[in-house]
Ligand binder design. Sequence first.
Ligand code: F0G
Length: 358
Amino acid sequence: AHLWQGVLREFADRLGVTDASTVVTLGEGGTPLLPAPALSRRTGTDVWVKFEGMNPTGSFKDRGMTVALSRAVEHGAQAVICASTGNTSASAAAYAAHAGITAAVLVPEGKIAMGKLSQAVAHNGRLIQIRGNFDDCLEIARELADHYPVHLVNSVNPDRIEGQKTAAYEVVDVLGDAPDFHFIPVGNAGNYTAYSRGYREEVARGVSSRVPRMFGFQAEGSAPLVRGEVVTHPETVASAIRIGNPASWELALEARDATDGWFGAIDDERILAAQKLLAGEVGIFVEPASAISVAGLLDRCEAGVVPAGARVVLTVTGHGLKDPQWALRNADGSDVAPTVVDATTSEVASALDLAPRT
Ligand code: F0G
């Protein structure tokens, strides 16, 4: 049996890794690419879901963090720093813990999901909550990295993009070619950039015949790439992508143009409906930001942009357990009320509408 060794070792030739390289890994990558029959039936397309919540800290960030932390340690860094809406901080803290160095993580106060906050704390991150939004955190992290002995591991660090593009390699590996369309959430647009690079490399290597059209989605209240201007007070339930000034703005526009791509906006209601659909009908539980890929697919199919039978891959970026509160809310905003009964078989049978066998 082959035991998966993490992206740096699995893709050593393509990531320039040798026996002499430092490798800090928690076994990231090699995530499931799952067919989604319920979505295929609904849209008349051939839908596959790249489930990045299956990475060690529950998000795609681990693919880039293994590269960023390995290089940081190789360069003798004693501390890394990042700004985060939650997942990057969880990942940075975990990989830094594994490497035996410090991770300083700057997050917007009260605006990150509880699961992610718990991870940063559990992994001994030096967690600082900033009275401001993600964009403020990133500006401060960049300035600290310029003037203090801390190594920046946000996706403005090219090592992050290097690692994240391995997800596109895996898609091509499993499907035997690139899909026609790829749908993906967009915050800083680092991951959008990474996939488009990975796919372009696969064409250059001669293992795939095409680059998919890259369709990226932002939340309606935080959609600078769609509006074409910075959003100063971004808002959305999808806290992971509550970003008003994407760090990889220029790279994203270049990637969009190179892939005949597109950026769209989805409102919070449709994000939460898509989360429910993916969990309830496909069996994949993701956080709200990730569900925007599903909502984006439905939106573009309704718009008639995705032809019948097209092969479509959706990246779902983070696990639902990171931010579980939304699943316990009904569409009208009320709480889901679990059924409670006495501890008798007949009461349970009746609550389940079961009739006895005849
Ligand atoms: N999905 C999730 C679950 C994320 O956490 C992020 C980014 C994205 C999508 C967007 O990726 O920024 O490369 O366009 N989260 C960052 C963080 C900002 O700090 O965890 P992107």
